[in-house]
Design a protein around this ligand. Structure first.
Ligand SMILES: *Cc1c(COP(=O)(O)O)cnc(C)c1O
Length: 393
């Protein structure tokens, strides 16, 4: 069967495959990229500066620097915070593995604590209880764009003298109690991967506290190089090669201008999902819905939790059946501590009950700004039929 279009066995109507996500790149942006390509300057230059300036304005004037990925951005944030060998960083096991890989990459040790089952984000009480003399930082993740409690986070950090590196890869456009994520806090890292709410194809940005941090971030971004005068050059830190290109930055500029529109579209579609899935039958089938937050979350993803114990074929069979109905779904994420690398470091099944249970059964449904309410209805109808067929009572 073709994955690009199919005739629905439910309606007999031929419809294109509905992917889990898809970026919306407009013609103005494509034309802008062509201009950059014709300009003679295609790597980091004026467009990166312009993109950083716009991001800084968005975050209330805080210093911002762009990087070639959200992973690089997080790694630089850890270096700026002085995290290195011997240090511990407290984080969540339910995230994209980049979150903890970067901690290993700077020579420190990730310390996982379990999540709260309703928000699916790090449990901050458990995080505070996990603090030791070696703890240097906390790295929370706003899973699916649902923000971690920034007030609680700041209180813990202040009380214990910790740095906070917000992995806000998924929460551009989200806010906590009306304050845009990135406009407050310590170090805040975003990703512009194509699946994220705003993309620069690949890329990321870091929001910092002052110009000194920004200057150091520039060094880590490009081989540690510091230029001075007409021909002066020095290297004081072992920097990497993490710079964003002007081509990518121009995509980001075209996207950023639509941030509000994208966030509203996602919230509206998520609201539609929540309404249509709020039925006695769906409850009986045991499907768990995300918290209905249509004010703070940017709805980076709409994630349901399947009734795993009542599904003989597990999540895989549900995903297969959805695919046959022309609908893409995704898994975000298997718990990090059960990957081979992390098991070798001592973690094992049973360590984090909620992260494991949710990691096994979480399912991401299609959600992107160009989707329509009709698409939402189609997903809900298909999921209802699939669960009706597969869930054992
Ligand atoms: C996407 C993502 C990253 C990494 O961003 P890249 O741009 O893909 O390197 C890190 N953490 C989280 C939570 C993410 O979703």
């Amino acid at each position: 069967m073709s994955a690009s279009s199919l005739i629905s066995p439910l309606t007999g109507i031929a419809r294109p495959f509905l992917p889990m996500t898809r970026p919306s790149i407009d013609e103005e942006t494509i034309e802008g990229v062509c201009e950059v390509l014709r300009s003679g300057w295609i790597t980091s230059g004026p467009k990166v500066k312009e993109f950083e300036q716009q991001l800084s304005e968005l975050f209330g004037g805080r210093p911002v620097r762009a990087f070639n990925s959200g992973t690089a951005t997080l790694e630089v944030a850890l270096r700026l915070a002085g995290v290195g060998p011997g240090d511990e960083v407290i984080t969540t096991p339910l995230s994209w593995v980049a979150t903890s890989n970067v901690i290993l990459n700077v020579g420190a040790r990730p310390v996982f604590v379990d999540i709260e089952p309703f928000t699916r984000n790090i449990n901050l009480e458990r995080a505070e209880a996990a603090i030791t003399p070696a703890t240097k930082a906390i790295m929370p993740v706003d899973l699916a764009g649902f923000p971690v409690d920034r007030g609680h986070l700041a209180r813990i950090a202040a009380k214990h003298g910790l740095r906070v590196i917000e992995d806000a890869a998924q929460s551009l456009g989200s806010n906590w109690e009306g304050k845009l994520i990135g406009s407050t806090g310590d170090l805040v890292s975003f990703s512009f991967h194509p699946n994220k709410n705003v993309t620069s194809i690949e890329g990321g940005c870091l929001v910092m506290n002052n110009e000194a941090e920004a200057a150091l971030a520039e060094q880590y971004r490009l081989q540690g190089v510091v230029r001075s005068g007409v021909d002066g050059m020095d290297v004081a830190v072992a920097g990497g090669k993490f710079n964003l290109t002007d081509v990518a930055a121009r995509v980001g500029i075209g996207q950023l201008r639509r941030l509000e529109e994208f966030t509203l579209a996602r919230r509206d579609l998520a609201w539609g999902y929540s309404e249509l899935l709020d039925t006695p039958e769906i409850k009986r089938l045991g499907l768990l819905l995300p918290l209905p937050d249509f004010k703070q979350s940017n709805w980076h993803m709409f994630q349901v939790v399947l009734p795993g114990r009542r599904l003989p074929g597990g999540r895989a069979a549900v995903m297969e059946a959805m695919k046959e109905l022309g609908i893409g779904t995704g898994v975000h994420y298997p718990p990090i501590h059960l990957f081979t690398l992390y098991r070798q470091m001592g973690w094992k099944p049973g360590d984090f009950k909620y992260a494991e249970e949710i990691g096994r059964n979480i399912l991401t449904l299609p959600l992107f700004p160009a989707m329509t309410m009709d698409d939402v209805r189609r997903v809900v109808d298909a999921l209802t039929v699939v669960l009706r067929t597969q869930v054992q009572s």
